[in-house]
Ligand binder design. Structure first.
Ligand code: DC
Length: 225
């Protein structure tokens, strides 16, 4: 079968990565989580005092931009890729609430997007890739052969994220998570550069009331058609 690019965009915590990972596994494609890349930049900014009291020192971030190296390495034990920031595995750190609260403002910055989009486009050079994010079908790969736009109600998404973090042993508050999901949606959709929106040729799936398996089968059919 011809190798293609599959672009999956959508709102925060609506299961994009679960779908993308399952598809990549089934098709033997590479999976790239672009949210992890924005999260890694955010972690770098936190660790290098670029963010103080929620204020981003953009000048300093630009100055240090070349010092940010992000790559994904396959974790045999877990059967998935881990995110590395400057040769350090940051997979767990980038999923916590501190990074989640600051990642949307970081991802509104033009020079950050320029750097990450260029990297993402390079990764798609040989096709056979499933990439998820907010602007994959609109900006990164406007020519992607298959584009999916996922959504679900904010409450359903917050509940899923709550369960995920609780299962990892994090002490979290449901209202904080709901607030985070809604705030991120607002910033992601309202920003000037590459706002979250459904590409005209993307297929919309609202998974508020459908399960992971049903959604997977539905998208797999689209891939095969
Ligand atoms: O997919 P995620 O929730 O891990 O993404 C974290 C944030 O990164 C999200 O709130 C907005 C930003 N992001 C983006 O601006 N563009 C992308 N392609 C992916 C993520």
């Amino acid at each position: 079968m011809k190798k293609i690019i599959i672009a999956i965009d959508g709102h925060a915590s609506c299961g994009k990565s679960t779908l993308a990972k399952d598809l990549a596994k089934k098709l033997e494609y590479r999976y790239i989580d672009t949210g992890a890349m924005y999260r890694a930049v955010t972690l770098f900014a936190i660790e290098n005092n670029i963010i103080k009291n929620n204020d981003i020192d953009e000048k300093l971030l630009l100055k240090l931009l070349d010092k940010i190296n992000i790559d994904f390495r396959y974790n045999e034990k877990l059967g998935k890729s881990d995110t590395f920031l400057n040769n350090k595995n940051v997979e767990n750190k980038i999923r916590g609430m501190e990074v989640s609260d600051l990642v949307s403002p970081i991802s509104t910055i033009g020079f950050v997007r320029k750097k990450l989009v260029a990297l993402q486009q390079q990764m798609g050079d040989n096709k056979a890739i499933v990439m998820d994010g907010r602007d994959i079908g609109t900006v990164v790969f406007p020519e992607a052969e298959l584009k999916i736009f996922l959504t679900a109600s904010a409450k359903v998404r917050a509940k899923r994220r709550f369960d995920e973090l609780t299962a990892k042993g994090e002490t979290v508050n449901f209202e904080d998570i709901l607030n985070n999901v809604q705030t991120r949606d607002k910033i992601d959709s309202g920003r000037k550069i590459a706002p979250l929106r459904q590409a005209e040729d993307a297929i919309l799936i609202d998974n508020s009331n459908i399960g992971i398996k049903e959604q997977f089968e539905k998208v797999l059919k689209l891939v095969m058609s």
